[in-house]
Design a protein around this ligand. Sequence first.
Ligand SMILES: [Zn+2]
Length: 96
Amino acid sequence: MTDEKKKKNKKDEPNLLREKLKYISPFLKEVQYRMAKCYICEKGTVFGNNVSHSVRRTSRNWKPNIKKIKAIVDGSPKSVYVCTRCLRSNKVTRAV
Ligand SMILES: [Zn+2]
């Protein structure tokens, strides 16, 4: 395994995409360009390679373990997608 999979995601590209989509449809308020993304820590999909024993590389991706939960956001319950790591470390107050 290489260090490539640990590489941070480029922050500019999704924003560019969002701007483009806004240009196409100005009524879109929020564009969901990436489903597997944590609401709290913004952890998303990372990309890398499978490397076999003969060092042939095929591309793959890693998605975070995302759960859809009801959380208290700004004092009111809201349905958000949160990664299990944030849930485990009590970064979310759950609305039950
Ligand atoms: Zn998270």
